[in-house]
Each structure stands twice: as structure tokens, then as C-alpha cells.
Design a protein around this ligand. Structure first.
Ligand code: DAT
Length: 173
């Protein structure tokens, strides 16, 4: 049995996943599991999508690489997809959302190509990640949080921290 929960922080690129994960890891002692890094470090790449200018991930290999960590618990998973993780190992799915005008500026600032920018903007407007989360996990564990400004980050972090404390109390023996 896990004594610390596993949480997915997901959402369209640029919404603020890494910002949330880093701050949560430092305030709670949970581990920031940056999937982008794991993919590179554990050789889970399965080619390159030239059109989207992004790595194609071998999801089976990735899951094999992180499953022991998920079984141990206390992982904050930072990834722009969420449907590949086994339901039994996930306790909370946070879908970070962002106003499209703000997101556009953030992605433009990252130097994304027009195609990559359009794809990501469409994904946010069409709520692709929110739908993926709702399709993949029980409704009760999926939470949608807005991240347009710094105050919202603080509010979100407080909510998630309180949730973690309560989870730990509920699962203490
Ligand atoms: P992601 O990990 O989802 O790609 P990020 O955490 O790297 O996103 O954030 C992208 C950029 O936007 C980064 O420069 C930090 C900034 N940012 C994120 N959330 C924000 C917020 N709520 N208010 C202001 N800036 C934010």
C-alpha cells in the first residue's frame, strides 16, 4: 500500500504544469516526475515527428521505466498526456487550464512553429486533455484548475497541498 499519493498534473503545453509540479514538490516533499526528462534519460524515444518538431514516445517503455516509482507512491507526474498510466496507481488527476490569449503569448514566447502553436491552441480550446482525463479516470479524481496568473497558482497549490494532507490522513494505518 502506498503511504503517499500519485498525482498527475496534465494539460496543454504552456499551461503551467512544470511550474505547479516544481513548487508542489518543494512544499510537500513529493517527487517531481518530469516525464520529458525520463523519456530522454531512460531512452524511451521512438523517433521524431518532424512536422510537430517533437519526440515520439515509446509509451510501453516509459511505463516500464516509471512503474516502480508509481508503485512506491509520492510521484507528481508532469506530462501533457494522462491516458497511459494505470488507473490503480493514480490518486488524483489535475488538468491545468489557461485562457487562450494568455496561452498563445506563452507559446509564442517559446518560439513554437505556427503549426505547433495552432495544434496546441486547438487542443486547449477543444479541452482535449480534460476530455482525456475524464475518459481515463473516475470522475471524482479529476480536477480542473485555472492557471492564468500567479494568484491562481497560489490558490491551486494550496488546494492540492490540502488534498495531499487529507489523503495521507485517510491512508495512515
Ligand atoms: P508547462 O509545463 O505546462 O509547459 P510551464 O510551467 O513551463 O508550462 O509554464 C509555461 C510558462 O508560463 C512559464 O514561463 C511560466 C509561465 N506560467 C505558467 N503558469 C503561469 C501563471 N499561472 N501565471 C503566470 N505565468 C505562468
Amino acid at each position: 500500500m502506498r503511504t503517499s499519493p500519485n498525482i498527475i498534473i496534465t494539460g496543454t503545453p504552456g499551461v503551467g504544469k512544470t511550474t505547479h509540479c516544481e513548487q508542489l514538490a518543494s512544499s510537500t516533499g513529493l517527487t517531481h516526475l518530469n516525464v520529458n526528462k525520463v523519456v530522454k534519460e531512460r531512452d524511451c524515444e521512438d523517433g521524431f515527428d518532424d512536422e510537430l518538431n517533437s519526440v515520439i514516445v515509446d509509451e510501453d517503455k516509459l511505463l516500464d521505466a516509471i512503474e516502480p516509482d508509481l508503485e512506491a507512491g509520492g510521484q507528481i507526474i508532469d506530462w501533457h498526456a494522462c491516458d497511459m498510466f494505470p488507473q490503480s496507481l493514480i490518486d488524483l488527476v489535475v488538468v491545468i487550464r489557461c485562457n487562450s490569449t494568455i496561452l498563445y503569448d506563452r507559446l509564442k514566447g517559446r518560439g513554437y512553429s505556427d503549426k505547433k502553436l495552432d495544434e496546441n491552441m486547438d487542443a486547449e480550446i477543444m479541452e482535449v486533455l480534460l476530455q482525456e482525463a475524464r475518459d481515463s479516470y473516475d470522475e471524482e479524481i479529476v480536477v480542473e484548475l485555472q492557471s492564468d496568473d500567479l494568484d491562481q497558482i497560489d490558490e491551486n497549490l494550496e488546494r492540492i497541498q490540502t488534498w495531499i494532507e487529507n489523503w495521507k490522513k485517510d491512508h495512515a494505518d
